[in-house]
Structure formats: C-alpha cells, structure tokens
Design a protein. Sequence first.
Lengths: 245, 438
Amino acid sequence: MDEQSSAATLPKPVIQLKGVEKHYTMGSIVVKALQGIDLQVFPKDYISILGPSGCGKSTMLNILGCLDKPTLGEYHLDGEDVSQLEDDRLSQVRGKRLGFIFQSYNLIQQLTVLENIEVPLFYQGISEKDSREIAVDLAGQVGLGKRLDHRPTELSGGQQQRVAIARALSNDPAVILADEATGNLDSKSGGDILEIFDALNDRGKTLILITHDEGMADRTNRTIRLKDGLVQFDSKSPNAGGQQH
Amino acid sequence: MKIDEIKNTVSLFRLKRSIILGVKSLWMHKLRSLLTALGIVFGVCSVIAMLAIGEGASYEAQQQIKDLGSQNIILQSIKPTNTTTAGEQERSLILEYGLTFRDISQIQSTIPGVEVTVPSRDVKDFIWRLSLSVDGTAQGTVPWFPEMKNRDVIKGRFFTQVEMERRSNVCILTESLARKLFPLDEPIGSAVRMQRSYFRVIGVIEDKPTSAGSETDLSTEDDSGDSMAMLIPITTLADHFGEVLFKYRSGSFEAEKVEVHEVTVRIEEADRVLPAAQAIRHMLERNHSDSDYKMTVPLDLLRRAERTKQIFNIVLGSIAAISLIVGGIGIMNIMLATVTERTREIGIRRALGAKRKDIVLQFLIETVLLSGTGGLIGVALGLSIPLIISHFAEMKTIIQLWAPVLAFTISVVTGVLFGIYPAFRAAGLSPVEALRHE
C-alpha cells in the first residue's frame, strides 16, 4: 500500500478519464452505458474493475481499449488525448500502447504460437528477425518454449491464454487490459494465469482486469466497482464518486 | 531519401508477410480455394485456347488468300449453268463459252492500272511416261506465270518467252505429278506424253495451294486434276490440241470450245484493285450475256476474312469476358463468406493495431492470390490445349505472346475488382462489433 500511495503522487497518470459518457441509440431510445466516469490510472497499478452484468463494464473496456470512442468527455492515454482520434490513429494507439487479453483467448487459428505473438509487432512494422526474437523470448516466459510451432487448436485453454498474454506483452504496452481472462478456465489454469498477472505487476506492468469474479478484488491492489454506468466504489479513494485530487 | 527507403522496405516486408499470411489462410481451406479458383482457371484457359484456334484458322485462310496474290484479280471460265440442264440432243454439239483473248486485250487496253495478265487454258487427259499414266491437265500459260501465281520453280526452270514464241514442246510438272511419274529418277530431261504429243520436262513447280473454303475455290471443274498438271506454253497447247476440246464421259461425248480457262490480272497498286475489279466486272457483263465466267478478288476475300476475324474476336472477347466475370463473381461470393467467417479474426487484428487499409490489403491479397493462381493454372492449361488439338486434330493453332499475358492480367484484375467490395466490407466493420461476432 505504501508503494501505491507513492505512486499516487506521480504527476503523470497513464490513463485519465474525465467525465466520460457513452450513449447508444437503440431505435428512439438513448441508452447511457457510461454516465460520466472520472478515473486515473497510474503506472504499475493493478486494478480490478468489478460489477454486475449491465453495469457498463464492457463499454468501459471498449473505451479504455480505444476500440470505441466516448460520446462525451476526455480520455488521455499515456499523455495523449485519444478520445476523438480518427480510426487509423486509434489503430496505432492500440497497437503501440495497449495489450489485450480476452476471455475466449482470441488467437488466430491459422497461425502458430509464435506467429500469434508476432501479430502486434507485424502491424508495428517491426522486422521479421526482431519480432521473431521477441516472440521466442515471450513464449519462453509464459512457459510455451516447447510449443512454438503449435496451432491454437493443439493447445489447452490455459496454454492458449498464456499465448494471448505473450501476445499482449509483445509490443511492450503501457497498459494491459484483461477481459474476464480466467472466465473460460478451470480454477487450476485460471490460478496459473492470475499468478502470471501478479508476476507481471511485480515487474512493473500496469494491468486492468475486468471481471465479475469477486475473488479478484483481493488479489489486485486497487478495486473499482461500477454500477449503472458510474464508478460506485474505488478502493483508492473509498469516499466514492471517483473524484480524486 | 533515407526515410523513403525505410518506408519502402517496411511496406515490402509487410507485403511479403501479408502474402505468406494469405497463402496460409487459403491453404487452410484447400478444396474451397481450389474450387473458387476453378472459375478463373477455365475462363483464362478457354480464352487462350479459343484465341489460339481462331488465330490458327484465320491464319490459314489468310495465307491461302495471300498465295493467290493480293494484287491479282482472277477470272475463270465456267460452263454456263443453263446448258447443263439442256436436252440430250445438245450433247453432241460443240459448246462455246468462257473468256476470250478479246476480253484479255480489252482488259489490258481499257482498265487503268493493269500491269500484267496471265491467261491459261487447260486440256484434261492422261499424261503418260513410258507405261505410267496419270489423269491430269495440260495447262497452257505464259512465262511469267510462276511470279504472278506465287509458285516457286523447285527444280530446273520455267519456259521462256522465246520458247513460247517458238511453240516449243517443253513442260514443267507440278511436284505431285513429278512424284507420280518419276518416283525414282530425275524428271528433268525426260519426256512425257499427252495424246499424241511429247513434251520435254524442263522443270518442276510447286503444287497449286489447296483452296481455302468455297469462297476461294478456284477450280472450275473437278479438283482432281489440279495438282496433277503440266505447264506448257499456251501457244504450244493451241498447236497440239486445237481450239475444240473433246471429252469422253460415261460413254457420251462432249466437245467444248474455250479460248481461255483462267486469266490472272495483276493491278499495279493494291488500292486500285477493288475499283479495277469493278470495272472489269462491268466490262465483262457487257461482253458476255451468259454468266460463263467467274471473278475472284483475293484482296476482297482477304478484307472479308479480316472482317470475319474481327467479328470472331469480338465474340471470343465477349465469351471470355463473361466467363471471367462468372469466375470473378465466384471469388467475390467466397470472399464475402470468408469475411463473415473471419469477422472475429478481423476484430482481433483491429484490436492488435491493424488499420483499415491493412485489412483491405489482407483480403485483396487473398483474392488476387486466388485469381492469380487460377490465372497461372489457366495459362498452363490454355497453352497445352492448343498443342493437344493441333497434335490430334491436325488443326493449326497459333499462340500469340500477348494472349496468355492478357488473359493472366485480366484474371488478376478480376481478382482485384471482385475483391474490393469484400475487402472494404471487412475493413468497415467496427472492432467492437467484430470482436463480439461468434
């Protein structure tokens, strides 16, 4: 906790949301999935975002992951305002600064373990040789050093998720976003994945886990609870409301 | 400079990786890819094969017409049609018809641009050499016959002006006749006989080219004697066989008087051939009440053959276009299905940093790979089919270099055209939607 509080004094948050709202139009009804989120994430944060289904978790992930633009409000990622960037720039931001880990792994079936890890590097324009080196190294780190040329279908769920983690790390992102990363795994494999997350955070990575698993809250060093599109609780500022500083 | 270089290498490297990726994706569904490419394969293959066959056929026709000489107008005497149906009593009478020397001199003196004329007159009978005989023709003509008819003298020489004036008993055999009468020994210097006249062989000439279809059929009577001919001075022919020709046919006897069987008129300039032909036609119409002659204008035939070829090419082009469009639609159909099937993959790639144009490129590369591979296979098949045809059907086929190049280019262009819509549809998906796709 001491370390975290010192982190809070850092001048530069890696993620800063100001009054972010997301509206969806369904026919004539406007649904406000997010109703004004304020949030700051600092380097080395290890956050779990919790909430019942329909609370805006997925929308939150899409906004944080630059997969979707907020209707209102500002989103600064790594010092850059990304809230209203054009499509190509958003792709660049995703490829460079974000790492994604999905519930259903989302590996590309026709590619091998190594090639899957290389995908973000490919879009970054990293040379074949360099990206091969990085991919081999990362595969080793997640314990798949002997399965480099296997296809996703030849791997277990836990192994596939470890490939996904390696892939999320390949571009050395500012933030890693994990969406129900253990949702499809048995408790043993899920535990292994969570241990990797812990280790990554120990190495200084910023992680945001989106989950409905209450057990996660104990594991991470900061918990945010969403309800009806608003931050209901933030363990960093337990006074709720989300307003910090 | 340097930045450009780096950009180039980066994009080349990406292109290479994208192509490898495309091959992998297509390889995952081998059968589907193969079936999709088949449309293009057959399209390209049929274009090349049809062009080769068409080109071969029209080349042969044009060659035959050209052999007649594009500056020539050929006039032939034909038996008037009304006499063949006449009663039996007319059979024994001497039938007089056809072109005359008067016609020739009139043509030479009145039609502008006439350079040379070659008259020829035929006598059909057996040609003898010792005890060997062949049913053939003695064709009386003039010394400039070989040049005008584009027929080379293979051995020996043609007869000269002096020999014609002296009415010498010399003859030039056609290649086929020489082979028949002199299977083993040298014909030149030997003698052949027709009826009671002997002729010394002084040369061997090429056979008359085989006629190219009915339009250019130059034989007035049965073709059989045409290749079996000996050429003698037209003066000698008149001396030995007289003006009236006798024929024995199935027991009855026929006599006809024909001054000239064939006249070849050469016009100085090619662009005056058609007006001259028109003038000759008018002139002959005035002199001949019966239609006892026939006019052939090789240039006119050539023009007509070229026009036919143009129409043929348009038809071929349409067929090719249709088959390639059908192939292209097949590709588009499959690519649209692929886009739907791989929506998830598109979402993943977009999340991992792919721009819209990366997705467009990826799908375009796949369609171009499909159509390009199909095109290559099509070219290979299209090149081998004409070979097989000309080997087994003995038909001439000509593959022009541009045909496979064009067909292949079109196949690739088809791939791009029909790949654009699916590719943009794939790229247009929002990443969130695409990721949610099951």
